[in-house]
Each structure stands twice: as C-alpha cells, then as structure tokens.
Design a protein. Structure first.
Lengths: 390, 159
C-alpha cells in the first residue's frame, strides 16, 4: 500500500512543524541558551506538588467524573466569581480538560461542521489553526502587525465574516506576541460576534501574566455569556505545564457537547493533577504574584535589551514572550533562528511558525534566568552586529 | 523601595542600572533609594553566601540553647549584648519556649566551640545553663537548598 494513502487527507493537509529541525540541531550542541521555550522556568510551587503526592498516598488513583472532580469545578467557579464576578454553575457549566490544548480541540469539535470557518487573529498560537483543520473547519486568519501593537480590530474581523463563519478564536494575552487587547476593542469584537451569531472561543491561559494592565476576561463583557467559550488553565499561572490541566466554562449546552467528546476520547483529566489544582486555586495566589513580579522584571530587561541591539520590539503587556522585528538583519525569521543557533548558540522561534504575518519576527521567551537572558542578549547583539554590517 | 530591596536580597551584585531596567523606576530614584537604605541601615551589608563544604574546609556549627535570668529594666537585652559581642556567636535570637536565647556558634573544631561555650558563654553572669547541639548537616540555609537542587527540566523548543 502506498504510504501516502495510509494517512488521512486531513492530517496530510497540516504542514509539518517548522521548528522540528531546531530540536535536532540543539541536541547536537552544548551550551545552548534557549529562549525557545513556552513555559515557566519555575517548578510547580511545593505545596501544590505536595497535594498531588498526598493524593497518591491517600489512594486517589481512580477515574473522576467526566466533568472533573466536583470540588475542583466548584473552586474554578469560585475563582471566576471572585476574580471576574462571573457566575457559572459548577455542575453544568464547567468542564475540566487536559490542558487548554484539549479545551481548544473540544470547543472546535463541539461547534464546527465541515467547511465551517473560524476567524483567528494572527500571529497565532500554532494549535488553533491545526485544530480547526482537524475538526473539519477552515481557518481564516486576520493578520496583525507590530505597527498596530499586534492589536486585532473588530472591523477587520467583521470584514472576514461570511455565510460559513461559525466562530472567532482569540488568545489574549497572546502567544507569540505578548499583546493584550483592551476592553473597548474586545467589546466591539463581542458586538460583531453577537450581530453575526458567532461563537467566541477565548483562550485565556495567560490571564494572570499581565504587566501594568488589567486583564479583561472576555466572558465579563455585556451579553456575551451565551456565545462565549472561556478556556483557562493552570499551566502558566501556577507553573503546572506538565500536569496538563485546564478548564472550559460556557453555557450548559456547549459544555454538555464538549463533555460528550471528552468522555469518549479522554474520559477525564488526571486525578492527581486535579487534586493538586484544587490546592493551587485555594492557596496558590501568593506564588502567582511572586512569579508575575519576577517575569515583569525579566520582561523589562529583555525588551530593553532587544531594542538596544536594534531589534525593534513593541512592549508586550502579557504572557512571557517578546516578539522583536528582525528585518534590520535582512534575514528571514527561519534563517535568523537557524543561524543564531548555529553561530551564537541561542535558540529562538521563527515568527513564521505562528503564521505568515509572523514573518520578520522571532519569539523570545523571557521565562528563563536573568543571567541567561543577559548572556543571550549579549550573543544576539554580536550576531546582529555581524549580520547588519554585511 | 521594597521591590529594589527584594531583588538585592536575592542578588546583591545587581547594579543600579540593572535595577532601574528591571523595575522601570528611574535610575536616579534607584540610586537615591539605595543610598538612603544604606545610610539608615535598612541595608546592613552586602555579602556572599559560600558553601565552604565544597572546599573541604572544616567548620563546626553549633546551636546553643541558653537559659538566662532576665534582669530588672533591661530584660534579656544586657545579657544578649554581652553574648553577641563575641565574634564566635554568629547569630543571637531571643526565643519563646524552654530556653531564652538561641545562639549559633561557628568554630574550626569541636574543641574550639566547646571551649567558647564553657569558658566564655556559660560563665556570663545571669546565664543559668546551656545545651549545645552540634550541626551534623546543613540542608537548606537562608532559603537556599545546598545540594541536589535541580531546576525544571524543560524541552528547549516549544511553540
């Protein structure tokens, strides 16, 4: 049998990851400083880890409800009430997922019919487009640029609404740009969604990591409750990436539909992780504050450093990424990333990995030690100097 | 102010320029804050935490429990002062419980530490008794785990 026919057209249609080759290069090198990571450099706070360990000691090793442990759903509902004054019924409107990644997948699969379109501001987190394709949908990017601070505008979204448009998928604070969108613009996006009867999937996994601004939770906007799927998680705020735990909240019919897929494909999220997450929500806040302060300090150093080098960088207000322009070097983002790695042993992610409009940029994660950030900036500076003078 | 001091507490080598970048506070203000904190002894000193075990240097640490009779008007302060003047007494705390002063004594040998306790510390007027605990192993000090601490094990490239 010809191998080409074994793999489904849908999967074949998804282009291979552009960053795969960097793995192989890094594996063959010593002394690489990686700004290519996408997760905190903190280990999960000990008392959260300890709660996971304790759950094992006590024998919590069985399945949980498909929706997730009720106490955890109650804690999630309580958290959303306390933080955003949102009211979600923990029994019918909260679903515990295996990371926000699963939440994105479930949300798209729950609402999309073949050829339905999803409008996605770009540059975008890589899985939005792929999951849309895997769900049988078609992604419609809305390019944004550094000149406008990577802000998506409601009318740019509305221009792309067609008869097959089903949803808008946004993720702010944004990976890879670090941009946040203010309440005013989000309200206008909500208006577009309401006018055209669209679902808004709002991935807010970075909600706690904002600097000097307040995060606007999309679900808090007026009259959006019925058509909003809010996705949140534990990975970034509590440094729990490896635990794979997130949640979705939405109206009961949507959560019911998402749960239907979740129960047949996943059953439930890991019990140990759910037990640890309860502790995180109950007692984790001081740790979050500490980590945010630390990211903020490193953010300033990274952004100033990149600008000083001549890689123009707009000020990211959220997440833990800087997304500088590399156009002054004349290199493509892929060339820049590959040569920087080979010549200076610093890993960054080419912007093109996040969509065409990411070209001309690279993503630098500042969730790494200050000493490494300073050394990396030194090396990037040497690299840029060399390549600009050519 | 607090943010600057917290950063310096973790890394005293941060320059005012670095502190200004990290906090977004203007350089002149950072310098003024540090100058003021140094002059009013909010910043006591800048020091380096050394793990002498790495050099194989013999050091003997002992925690000494000291029971004392408090004195009229000054309580424990006068005796504490007589005690903390000795350079061998690395830290001196007044504590609640079955004894009064907790003293960390550091010396080169057990004899040296024992000699200090019996010849200098115990004879101080008002000291009623001492119990000496020699430290066998230091696991964590001032928030730093001395050995075996590993950071997160991350894959280097993640979208």
């Amino acid at each position: 049998m010809n191998k080409r026919h074994i793999i489904s057209k849908r999967v074949r249609h998804i282009p291979p990851s552009g960053i795969r080759k960097f793995f192989d290069i890094i594996a063959s090198m010593d002394g690489v400083i990686s700004l290519g990571v996408g997760e905190p450099d903190f280990v999960t706070p000990w008392h959260i880890r300890e709660a996971g360990i304790y759950s094992l000691e006590k024998g919590y090793t069985s399945y949980t409800s498909n929706y997730g442990i009720l106490e955890l759903r109650q804690e999630i509902a309580r958290y959303l009430k306390a933080r955003y004054n949102l009211d979600y019924d923990p029994e019918r409107e909260v679903l515990v997922t295996v990371g926000v990644s699963e939440g994105v997948d479930l949300a798209l699969r729950a609402i999309l019919d073949p050829e339905d379109e999803v409008i996605i501001p770009a540059p975008t987190y890589v899985s939005y487009t792929a999951c849309t394709t895997l769900s049988g949908g078609v992604s419609v990017p809305v390019p944004t640029t550094m000149d406008s601070g990577f802000q998506v505008r409601a009318e740019e979204i509305e221009e792309r609404v067609g008869p097959r448009t089903k949803a808008i998928l946004i993720g702010y604070p944004n990976n890879p740009t670090g941009a946040v969108v203010d309440r005013k613009e989000l309200t206008r996006i909500a208006d577009v969604a309401r006018r055209h009867n669209l679902i808004v999937i709002s991935d807010e996994v970075y909600e706690r990591l904002v600097y000097g601004v307040e995060h606007t939770c999309f679900a808090t906007l007026p009259d959006v409750r019925e058509n909003t799927i809010l996705l949140g998680g534990f990975s970034k705020a509590f440094a729990m990436t490896g635990w794979r735990l997130g949640y979705a909240v939405a109206s009961a019919d949507i959560i019911e539909a998402m749960m239907k897929i979740h129960q047949y494909t996943m059953m439930c999220a890991s019990t140990m992780a759910q037990m640890a997450a309860i502790k995180a929500l109950k007692e984790g806040d001081p740790h979050v504050q500490e980590m945010v302060t630390s990211y903020d300090q490193r953010r300033r150093v990274m952004v100033k450093g990149l600008n000083d080098i001549g890689l123009t960088c707009f000020e990211p207000k959220g997440a833990f990424y800087a997304f500088p322009s590399i156009r002054s070097t004349g290199l493509s983002s892929d060339e820049f990333a590959e040569r920087l790695l080979l010549e200076e042993r610093v890993a960054v992610i080419p912007g093109a990995a996040f969509g065409e409009c990411g070209e001309g940029h690279v993503r630098c994660c500042y969730a790494t030690s200050m000493a490494e950030i300073e050394e990396a900036l030194q090396r990037i500076g040497n690299f840029v100097k060399r390549h600009r003078s050519r | 102010m607090n943010e600057i001091l917290k950063i310096l507490e973790q890394d005293a080598r941060k320059t005012p320029e670095q502190l200004a970048t990290m906090t977004g506070i203007p350089l002149a203000e950072v310098e003024e804050t540090i100058r003021k904190a140094e002059s009013d002894r909010t910043i006591l000193k800048y020091k380096t935490m050394v793990n002498w075990d790495k050099l194989g240097e013999e050091q003997v640490w002992a925690l000494v429990e000291v029971r004392v009779a408090p004195q009229r008007d000054v309580g424990f302060d006068a005796i504490a002062e007589r005690l903390y003047r000795f350079p061998e007494a690395r830290t001196v705390y007044l504590v609640s419980g079955t004894y009064d002063l907790s003293v960390l004594v550091v010396g080169k040998t057990m004899q040296e530490v024992a000699g200090f306790v019996s010849a200098k510390l115990a004879p101080i007027e008002g000291v009623q008794g001492t119990v000496t605990h020699f430290l066998l192993k230091r696991f964590k000090e001032d928030g730093e785990i001395l050995e075996g601490e590993e950071g997160p094990k991350r894959v280097p490239i993640v979208p």
